[in-house]
Write a protein that binds this ligand. Structure first.
Ligand code: 5GP
Length: 202
């Protein structure tokens, strides 16, 4: 209920010269900012299907734990998890490094390790890889915990912002270096439940 009071939805429908072509452009407002639909729910769900197909091949015969990074990755992790056709386990850890619309660059503590991950293949599930600071912190921790293999899955990736050399195994979409919300990603706590990804209108 609360989210309804904070987010207003409205549609612009443009009817250009050819009446058969109608472009639907969806915009939303969250708190003090406006966002435009950027990646549709349909495109996201099709991409999830493709990634899962690849995982079903790559991960055969491995002892796999999905490691979702909270809060943002909970939807992507759930979508992958319910479609994977292999026996895998899932666990979540939490690490916060971001406030408002620009990265603070500070990394907070990783909490929530309660799974025995030694000698396992870990598929880290991220909502978005921006600078890669978060990812590096997680991968360092996994190495200390003596996992046998690390794979990285991220729904969104900002190549222009990425400063690390850790390879990303499964990427949903490469996006420009702009602030986005939806599909798990928030603006000051709101917008995570949006099924599409929206980009900030400057
Ligand atoms: P990194 O450590 O790669 O710079 O940032 C990773 C984290 O920053 C993500 O897990 C996410 O929480 C946050 N982040 C990075 N870019 C965005 C963005 O465009 N929108 C939102 N909502 N969060 C972002």
């Amino acid at each position: 209920m609360l989210i309804r009071t904070k987010i207003s939805y409205y549609f612009h429908i443009f009817a250009p010269a050819y009446s058969s072509i109608v472009t639907h452009m969806k915009e939303i407002r969250i708190l003090d900012k406006n966002f435009r639909e950027f990646i549709t729910e349909k495109a996201i769900q099709e991409r999830v299907d493709e990634i899962v197909r690849q995982m079903n091949t790559d991960l055969v015969g491995k002892d796999v734990v999905f490691l979702g990074i909270l809060n943002g990755a909970f939807l992507f992790a759930a979508d992958l998890f319910r479609r994977i056709e292999l026996q895998v386990r899932i666990s979540f850890v939490k690490l916060a490094s971001y406030e408002g619309t620009s990265s603070s660059g500070t990394i907070k503590e990783l909490i929530g390790w309660n799974e025995d991950i030694r000698n396992k293949t870990i598929v880290v599930i991220e909502d978005i890889v921006d600078t890669g600071n978060t990812l590096e912190r997680i991968v360092d921790e996994l190495i200390i915990r003596k996992v046998s293999e690390v794979k990285i899955a991220t729904m969104l990736y900002k190549p222009q912002a990425y400063t690390k050399s850790i390879p990303l195994d499964y990427i949903g979409f490469e996006i420009p270096n702009d602030f986005v919300v939806g599909y798990g990603l928030d603006y000051d706590g709101y917008g995570r439940n949006l099924p599409s990804v929206y980009t900030l209108i400057h």
